[in-house]
Write a protein that binds this ligand. Structure first.
Ligand code: P6P
Length: 333
C-alpha cells in the first residue's frame, strides 16, 4: 500500500501509548526511554544520510575500548544517544561500545525512580560508513538490580539476557527502521523523514519457517572450529539450495534474515578466539528480538540469553536465525 494509507497507521508514539495502557501499573517511564531513543535515532539518521555532504566521514584518529579506530560518526552517534537518554533523567546508567566503563547518570540518586539502564552499540557496522552501506544501532534495556538509593553498579550491567525488559535495533538503510520488542512480539516502524515520524510498517515480525540464506565471513574459514567447517561444506553440497548474503553490518544481515529467513554466524577464529561480537549490547538484544520473532540464538552449545556475563565488553561466538537452520547447525556443534 502507498505511504498515504500507511500514514493512517499507528505511529510509534501511538503504539507506545496503546502498549502502556495494557499495563495500568506502568508509570510511563519506559515509554520515555523509547521516546529518547526515537529522538536520537532521527538525529543520527539525518547525519548518516548527509554523511557524504558534511565533514563527518573518516576516522577521527581515536581508538575505542575495542582498539578499533573510531569513525567520526561512531562518536557522533554515541554522544547523541547518551545525550538524549541523559537529558531526560529517565535512566540511571548507560553502557556503550564507545566507552570503556559504564556511565552513571548522576540524577540516579536525586531521581531514585529512574530504574532503567540502557546498553548500546551506537553505530554498528561503522566500517561501512564511507562506502554508503547500511548501518545500525543496537540497544538493550534492563531494570537496575542495585539499591535505588545508591549509584548504579557493575552488577546492574552484567545481567543475563533473559532479564532484558526490551531490546531493539535501528537500521539506517534505504529507509530508517526502528524495530523493538518488550517480550510480546517484534514490531518495526519506518521513519517518514519529511515529517520526522515513525509509522508502524512491520507489525508482528515473524521469521519464515524455513531459511535458505546464511551470513558469515568465510575468509576466516581456515581457523573456524571443525564443526563449523563441516556445516559450511555441507551447505554447499550440490543438492543444497542455500545462498550466502553478508553485508558486514550485522543489523542489516539480521533484519534481512528476519524477513526472508536465514542464519547469521560469527564463529570463533584465530583473529577472534571468542568471536567478534559483544554479548551485552550486540548478541543479547539481537537474541531477544530473534527469539521473539520465533527464531533461536546460541553461542556454541549455550542459549545466548542464558550466558552469565563476566565483563562489559565480553565477546562470544554468535549464531542466530530460523529454528530449523539453528537445529541443523546444532547437529554439527
Ligand atoms: P568481519 C561490524 O564491525 C560487526 O560488528 C558486525 O556488524 C558485522 O556483522 C561484523 O562485525 C563484521 O565482521 O570480521 O566479518 O568484518
Amino acid at each position: 500500500c502507498n505511504i498515504q494509507s500507511k500514514q493512517s497507521m499507528h505511529t510509534l508514539g501511538e503504539f507506545l501509548i496503546a502498549s502502556q495502557q495494557k499495563h495500568p501499573a506502568s508509570t510511563g517511564e519506559f515509554s520515555k526511554v523509547i521516546h529518547a531513543l526515537r529522538l536520537a535515532a532521527k538525529v543520527v539518521s539525518h547525519k548518516v544520510n548527509k554523511a557524504g555532504l558534511i565533514d563527518i566521514i573518516g576516522a577521527n584518529g581515536v581508538t575505542n575500548a575495542q582498539g578499533e579506530s573510531q569513525q567520526k560518526l561512531d562518536v557522533y552517534a554515541h554522544e547523541t544517544f547518551i545525550g538524549s537518554l541523559t537529558n531526560r533523567k529517565i535512566v540511571c546508567g548507560i553502557a556503550s561500545e564507545e566507552a570503556d566503563d559504564f556511565i552513571e547518570v548522576h540524577n540516579s540518586t536525586e531521581n531514585p525512580e529512574s530504574k532503567y539502564i540502557v546498553l548500546i552499540d551506537p553505530l554498528d557496522g561503522s566500517s561501512n560508513i564511507d562506502v554508503n552501506v547500511s548501518l545500525g544501532t543496537i540497544f538493550s534495556i534492563y531494570k537496575r538490580i542495585s539499591p535505588s538509593t545508591g549509584p548504579v553498579t557493575q552488577e546492574d550491567f552484567l545481567q543475563k539476557g533473559t532479564e532484558q525488559v526490551a531490546a531493539g535495533y535501528i537500521l539506517y538503510g534505504t529507509s530508517t527502521l526502528f524495530v523493538y520488542t518488550t517480550g510480546n512480539g517484534v514490531n518495526g516502524f519506518t521513519l517518514n523523514p519529511a515529517i520526522g515520524t515513525f509509522y508502524l510498517s512491520h507489525p508482528d515480525i515473524t521469521l519464515p519457517p524455513k531459511g535458505h540464506i546464511y551470513s558469515i565471513n568465510e575468509a576466516n574459514f581456515a581457523t573456524f572450529p571443525e564443526s563449523i567447517k563441516d556445516f559450511l561444506k555441507n551447505r554447499k553440497a550440490e543438492d543444497q539450495k542455500y545462498t550466502t548474503r553478508y553485508i558486514g553490518s550485522m543489523v542489516s544481515d539480521i533484519h534481512r534474515n528476519m524477513l526472508k529467513g536465514g542464519l547469521y554466524l560469527y564463529p570463533p577464529n584465530q583473529k577472534s578466539p571468542q568471536g567478534k561480537l559483544r554479548l551485552l549490547y550486540e548478541c543479547n538484544p539481537i537474541a531477544f528480538i530473534v527469539e521473539q520473532a520465533g527464531g533461536e540464538a546460541i553461542s556454541m552449545d549455550q542459549r545466548i540469553m542464558e550466558i552469565d556475563p563476566n565483563t562489559l565488553h565480553q565477546r562470544v561466538p554468535f549464531f542466530c536465525g530460523n529454528k530449523e537452520m539453528v537445529a541443523i547447525l546444532k547437529s554439527y556443534l
